[in-house]
Design a protein around this ligand. Structure first.
Ligand SMILES: [Zn+2]
Ligand SMILES: [Zn+2]
Length: 206
């Protein structure tokens, strides 16, 4: 499997480019900013991008969708409950950031859906709490957790639609049931494992 991380934008969001070494098909998870850099990496990897999968609708994860889509023609996949984040004016202004608002989703996804990229298979886990339609993407011994679970942290829940109780429930019922050696690629910061977070994440105690 091809897996590359780019750290993009003023909030240092992780954008992941995932691809099949066999079919050279790929997907982009959270094209948050710096479209040109993302497209250059896709080109270097010679991937045919099929999907852009959005872990949740916050601006730091969606800001480059429009530009990347114009070049790569990939389908934008977002959970039904976060789809409203993708609808707005063409230029939005959030947290003082001006960015091209993304086009509406091509595919509304929900928990239990499959996303297949060549020979790679991923399962959508609905993990509300940070936002109502937050998802994680599980496959190949890896889970992409967006802003739900971080290395030694969890997502904030004071933004619109957030719920601390729902977030903890999502983490415990959807993520902490995974094997210890599952690698966690979060929406910000370095990777970790489910086992390491189970043992030492201070927000998951008690
Ligand atoms: Zn977020
Ligand atoms: Zn974020």
């Amino acid at each position: 499997m091809i897996l590359e991380r780019l750290v993009v934008g003023p909030f240092a969001a992780n954008c992941y480019i995932v691809g099949s070494e066999i079919t050279k098909e790929g997907m982009i998870i959270d094209p948050g900013d710096e479209a040109r850099q993302i497209l250059k990496k896709v080109n270097d990897l010679q991937l045919d991008i099929k999907f852009m999968v959005i872990t949740h609708g916050h601006v730091d994860h969606i800001g480059a969708i429009r530009e990347v889509k114009e070049a790569a023609k990939a389908k934008v996949c977002v959970h039904t409950d976060d789809a409203p984040f993708l609808q707005g004016q063409r230029v939005s202004n959030v947290f003082g950031l001006s960015y091209l608002a993304p086009p509406p989703a091509d595919r509304l996804i929900k928990g239990g859906d499959d996303i297949n990229v060549g020979d790679l298979h991923f399962l959508v886990l609905h993990t509300p709490g940070h936002t109502p339609g937050g998802i994680c993407l599980l496959g190949q011994g890896i889970v992409f957790t967006g802003d739900t679970l971080f290395n030694y942290g969890i997502g904030r829940t004071d933004l619109f639609g957030g719920s601390h109780a729902r977030l903890l429930s999502s983490i415990h019922t959807k993520l902490m049931i995974l094997p210890d050696d599952t690698i966690v690629y979060p929406g910000h910061g370095p990777e970790t494992t489910i086992g390491a977070e189970r043992r030492s994440n201070p927000y998951l105690r008690g």
